[in-house]
Design a protein. Structure first.
Length: 336
């Protein structure tokens, strides 16, 4: 049985079974719990009882030095569930718990012992670990994220899953942009905008991110043209949140081009239409809003208030890349 199925069979919590599995022979259940296990064994059929006796005779499974036994088929369901939990943790910027869950599997699995399903889960774990590092965003994190993404790309290529491989290529381009390699990132985004391995929404994101890289490189007029195309695609695809993000980026591009009236109009549109539910999204919209407000002496004091609010959220959730962006905005404002 999977961990979930076995917990349901016994009538105990999933985390209880996971704890038994983690502790192995060091497990010492409470008397009531031991009674549940004893009853389950008595009620099991003869074949199950025979397997139980054989397992006792064999002793605990062989383990790697300093590690746990490699996952088995019975673990796959629990592994997949943990990956879903990790996605939620990353959305909420709960990096500590996401790291704990990832270490549970990456520290345990030996790729050479996994079947295709296990290798798929291992690849997804590598990608999510890369996402974790990318979201934290120090230069060291970005280097580690690149390595993790490259390992996952090789794995999904070997497994013959081109969509996953292409999504990783998109993430690698994001890492290049975050590391300041703007021209290389823009060129890679351009290649991916027409890549049939990607879903239409991912291709539209690649188009929007071309504009982001161009705007960071000071080519705002060209960036605005590309971003407008991306916004139109998101509207056609009925992706309202992505469309609102495009408005936010258009605001910054217009600010860079010196058109504060349009910049304010676009940032107001973004703030009115986006939900910005996660800490990262809130920091991004607040930083963009502050950047526009700080450009005009008449709204500069309000811009400082908004930027301080963004900085507080970024610091609280460990968004180090965003903190660097906020520092850049402050420095830019002080030099004008």
């Amino acid at each position: 049985m999977s961990v979930r199925a076995y917990a349901a069979h016994l009538g105990v919590a999933i985390r209880t079974v996971s704890k038994w599995e983690k502790l192995g022979t060091a497990t010492c259940p409470w008397p009531d719990t031991q009674a549940i296990l004893d009853t389950a064994l008595v009620r099991a059929d003869a074949a199950a009882q025979s397997r139980f006796e054989q397992l006792l005779a064999q002793g605990p499974p062989e383990r790697r030095p300093g590690g746990a036994a490699s996952p088995t088929l019975a673990d796959h369901e629990t592994w997949a569930e943990d990956l879903e939990r990790i996605v939620v943790c990353l959305d909420r910027q709960d990096f500590a718990f996401a790291a704990t869950l990832l270490e549970r599997w990456l520290g345990r699995a030996q790729p050479r012992e996994l079947d295709d399903r296990g290798l798929y889960l291992y690849g997804r774990s590598l990608v999510l670990s890369g996402d974790l590092r990318r979201l934290q965003g120090t230069l060291q994190d970005l280097m580690t994220a690149r390595r993790l993404y490259c390992d996952a790309h090789s794995l999904f290529t070997e497994l013959g899953i081109p969509r996953r491989a292409a999504q990783i290529e998109l993430s690698l381009a994001v890492v290049s942009e975050m590391a300041g390699h703007l021209s290389a990132a823009a060129a890679r985004y351009q290649q991916l905008t027409d890549d049939e391995r990607l879903a239409p929404a991912d291709r539209a994101r690649a188009l929007l991110w071309i504009g982001t890289a161009l705007a960071k490189d000071g080519r705002n007029a060209f960036a605005i043209q590309v971003m407008r195309q991306a916004a139109e695609r998101f509207e056609e695809l009925n992706e309202p949140e992505e469309w609102a993000t495009a408005q936010q980026k258009l605001a910054l591009a217009h600010r860079g081009a010196g058109d504060l009236t349009r910049a304010l109009a676009y940032i107001d549109t973004a703030r009115s239409n986006g939900r910005f539910e996660t800490p990262l999204q809130r920091v991004q919209i607040e930083t963009a809003h502050a950047h526009v407000l700080l450009t005009d002496p008449a709204t500069r004091s309000g811009g400082h208030v908004v930027l301080d609010r963004a900085s507080d959220i970024a610091a609280r959730y460990g968004l180090k890349h965003q903190l660097r962006s906020i520092k850049t905005v402050r420095t830019s404002e002080e030099n004008t």
